[in-house]
Design a binder for this molecule. Sequence first.
Ligand code: AMP
Length: 567
Amino acid sequence: MLFQSLTELCEKLSATTKRNQMTENVADFLKILDNEEVEPAVSMLLGRAFPKWDQRTLDVSWATISNVIERLTKTDWKEFSATFKKTGDVGSATQAVFEVNKVHRQAALFEEPLTISEVRKVLEAIAEATGQGARERKERYIESLFGRANPVEAKYLVKILIGEMRTGFHEGLMELAVSKAFSVPLKTVQKATMYTGDIGEVAIICKKQGAQGVSNLSFTIFRPIKPMLAKMAETLDEPLREYGGKAAFEYKLDGARIQIHKLNSEVRIFSRRLTDVTRSLPEVVRQVRQEIAVDKAILEGEVIALGQDGNPLPFQHLMRRFRRVHDINTMLMEVPVKLFLFDALHVNGENLIDFPYLARRQKLKEISGNIPLTEQIITDDVDQAKQFMRKAVDQGHEGLMAKRLDGPYTPGIRGKHWFKIKEILEPLDLVIVAAEYGYGRRHKWLSDYHLAARDEESGSFYMLGKTFKGLTDEEMEDMTQRLLEIAVRQEGHVVFVKPSIVVEVAYNEIQESQTYECGMALRFARITRIREDKSLDEADTIQRVRQIYEKQFEKKSRLNRQQYREG
Ligand code: AMP
């Protein structure tokens, strides 16, 4: 099948918002594909180069892609940026420069058209190009694709390379399309996607073996499963009410979630985003090998970083472990981690996800050896839950998780079987000192706001973070107008303004920062209100922010300066 047919389908999908029509179109397309084209086509339609569980990555930067585009179309960067400004979409901008600069690309007319299978092969070659000279090789492969592409094909090649389709056709609709195309019940398709971790693979099994074949699918060890997610609860009463009076509460550890797969002595660890982080956590691998007393298991837990005093370290130090695979041994010494287990999804051939929480926890207890489980109580007494919350927070943890005693494990779903309850931090009132134009839908709006606090002594403003979260479209449009009226200068897409607008900002933590001059940064900042009622001198000061920052360390450990610099 020609790649052009796939891109024509994408154009149709972009042109409508009718879900029925979208799934019909995709179902018809899937039916006429050859077997080996099914998974690549499904992946590409969802903006992926490879199936979801696949650990290969393209690792191409926008600089590499734009080099190729510039060379082939003889466009200079300014021309491309101008086109991008108009459309707000790199794919469409690419299509536009390909159309305008057709004369330079006559050669493409004499080439054989691309097929879906050929595009996949080149994507594989791009992913496999690593080590010395990788960038040049990747660039040559990309050029070989674009050299044969028409403007619409170029548009979608860019989208696949950067992993953003924006046709409005998402994984849920793909499940519907696969169900329709091969007459397999939707529920069966959904369950199989959960087990195998990829709808593309399910599609081909549906095509080859029908409903019967698909219902035989199960978890595969070493293929990560989407994690179950939790809803937010404001109070501890809420889960108790929702669960009929009684609930399990566990410490909510502020670390990184990991999914552990074990088959005999082989252990692999996946992050919450399902990337393989085995190499970053050798001591966890060792511990699992030693302690987990079964041959085959899929377990979940949280790793937290520990300071020298044994208290948890702020989250940012743990994430350094995931980023630095090169010098793991130094990091092991600097940032030791501790694993706490909290769920078991599969043990020795038995899938546990439909088992109630209590049974899974019991199973976990039986097989976990000396690895601790998350601290837990089961109670119907809200005061007891409150005491437990206090204990968790006093020990430097984030809050509690509440779990329904008979709740199943629901991969990828944010339902009410789990609630997270966090200690609420007082929001800060900060001042907008600059703003950036956004991307895509937001490209006409100043939608990314630079937030700052005032220094009581000098009167200057110190930046603490940026956020594009919290405002509605109308508020953003309105805010853009207001900011442009008080703009003092523009540098690139950043507009600097006279400090005068105060906003209320919620956040999860104040981190140590090497980016901002004041040495602090807000984690997960989001605007909760525009404080029309507050003037500049009523906004929070940098001194108060520092006070809150220091207070965090009454409960949390901190790295000493020396360690921090080395990170
Ligand atoms: P969320 O991912 O936003 O739904 O919040 C839940 C997150 O809390 C999980 O992804 C885990 O990383 C983390 N977590 C910490 N402690 C626990 C626990 N005891 N049970 C489940 N998740 C936990």
